[in-house]
Design a protein around this ligand. Structure first.
Ligand code: 0PR
Length: 385
């Protein structure tokens, strides 16, 4: 740290020099991100709420009300009238809260001390972090030929120690939706907590269904679903950090509650103590500003670009790994190793992400990727051969 104060201009200059090293979403070159540039209105609102702290909601009653309203609105999208939950930092924290709730619930009501969670092989790595922190064992269920969790495999892995089953609505690598209706039944029959990770899918599947896309139900209308992760900072266009965790029952928050004696509230169930109210306010603003209509239009546009890209790849002789269900396309070329192809694209200035299961180049068609960028990408993919 410097001894003497430094002029604002000098500091800003230094910062912007370093900021120049960052890639910019607006260039349309970032192909593997599930985040995108937040909407300007959401950023404006975020800034206004920078000093609010939901860790002590009695001091910020208004912002606390905003968080409740956001949870209600997201709950409505997910077919639940009285949802419980929080706006958190992202999918990782939301998944951690869900698994913590499941573990504590199983400990309290079933006496399970050496818990296990069943997750698909396609699950985001946040579940590995959660299991590590919560001292749980991960049991990985197989995927079927379509890269979705195999329900029979899940059934065979259930044991007396199972505290949760996890399924994904919008997998990180391929954007696929697991057979959640079937798993909901399995979870109910076996009286096991069922968590759906819709960190990515939560802000697009409901809107695509609304405009007639044939996608499966994944939400609280399925009786076995106990909690859902849904991130405003992914498809919701809210500024980072904004994750969402929604619970069916208040009990799931209560089993995580610890005493918070000197605060304006007596207990706290979130993992983070001092936490941003700005994320809730910005999410509130953007949800109102877009409405179901706005998000549906955005979703439709992104799916059109996705279709255009997929068809372009087919024409050029690339192999698309699976029919895209959401706005993610993963592909390979039969005559070139994926990593070689990825390197060539990187040299051409594209920021590439390579999926592991199966190995393929994956493109997430977020709002910053316009049709013109996809046309350029297809042009480069053609030139490579
Ligand atoms: N659940 C799913 C299904 C996810 O895809 C992700 C993140 C998470 C949970 C965790 O969410 P947070 O990262 O908000 O905690 N999926 C991507 C990933 O980490 C997100 C991402 C974002 C990747 C930007 C790259 C990037 O540039 O793999």
């Amino acid at each position: 740290m410097d001894e003497k104060p430094i002029d604002k201009e000098i500091i800003l200059e230094e910062l912007s020099e370093m900021h120049k090293l960052d890639y910019d979403y607006a260039d349309g070159r970032i192909l593997g991100s599930m985040c995108t540039e937040a909407h300007p209105f959401a950023k404006e609102v975020y800034f206004k709420f920078l000093d609010t702290n939901l860790g002590d909601p009695g001091l910020f009653k208004g912002t606390n009300l905003i968080e409740r309203k956001v949870i209600e609105s997201i709950g409505e999208l997910l077919s639940i009238e009285n949802p419980y939950g929080n706006i958190v930092t992202g999918g990782t924290e939301a998944n951690l809260m869900a698994i913590r709730a499941a573990r504590n619930h199983a400990r309290k009501y079933k006496g399970i001390t050496d818990g296990e969670i069943i997750i698909p092989a396609s699950a985001h790595f946040s579940f590995k972090k959660a299991a590590d922190m919560l001292n749980l064992k991960i049991v990985e269920a197989d995927l079927d030929d379509n890269y979705k969790i195999d329900v029979e495999s899940v059934k065979s892995l259930i044991s007396d120690n199972t505290v949760a089953i996890v399924a994904i609505a919008g997998t990180t690598e391929l954007g696929l939706i697991d057979p959640i209706e079937e798993l909901s039944k399995v979870a109910l029959e076996n009286n096991i907590y069922f968590h759906v990770d819709a960190a990515f899918g939560g802000f697009i599947i409901p809107f695509l269904r609304r405009i007639g896309f044939d996608l499966p139900v994944f939400d609280f209308s399925l009786e076995g679903v106990c909690s859902i992760t849904v991130d405003p900072h992914k498809m919701g266009l809210a500024p980072i950090p904004a994750g969402g965790i929604i619970f069916r029952e208040e009990e799931y928050l209560q089993v995580m509650a610890v005493d918070s004696p000197y605060l304006t509230v007596k207990t706290q169930s979130t993992i983070v103590g001092t936490r941003l109210g700005a994320s809730s306010a910005a999410t509130y603003a953007i949800m109102k500003y877009f409405g179901k209509e706005g998000y549906s239009k955005l979703a439709e546009e992104l799916m059109e670009t996705t279709k255009f890209f997929k068809e372009g790849l087919d024409e050029l002789g690339y192999e698309v790994v699976c029919e895209p269900e959401l706005n993610i396309v993963a592909f390979n070329h039969p005559d070139m190793e994926t990593n070689v192809l990825a390197e060539k694209l990187e040299k051409l200035g594209w920021k590439i992400s390579v999926a592991k299961c199966p190995v393929a180049i994956r493109v997430v068609l977020m709002n910053h990727i316009k049709l013109s960028h996809i046309k350029e990408l297809l042009e480069d993919l053609k030139e490579i051969f």
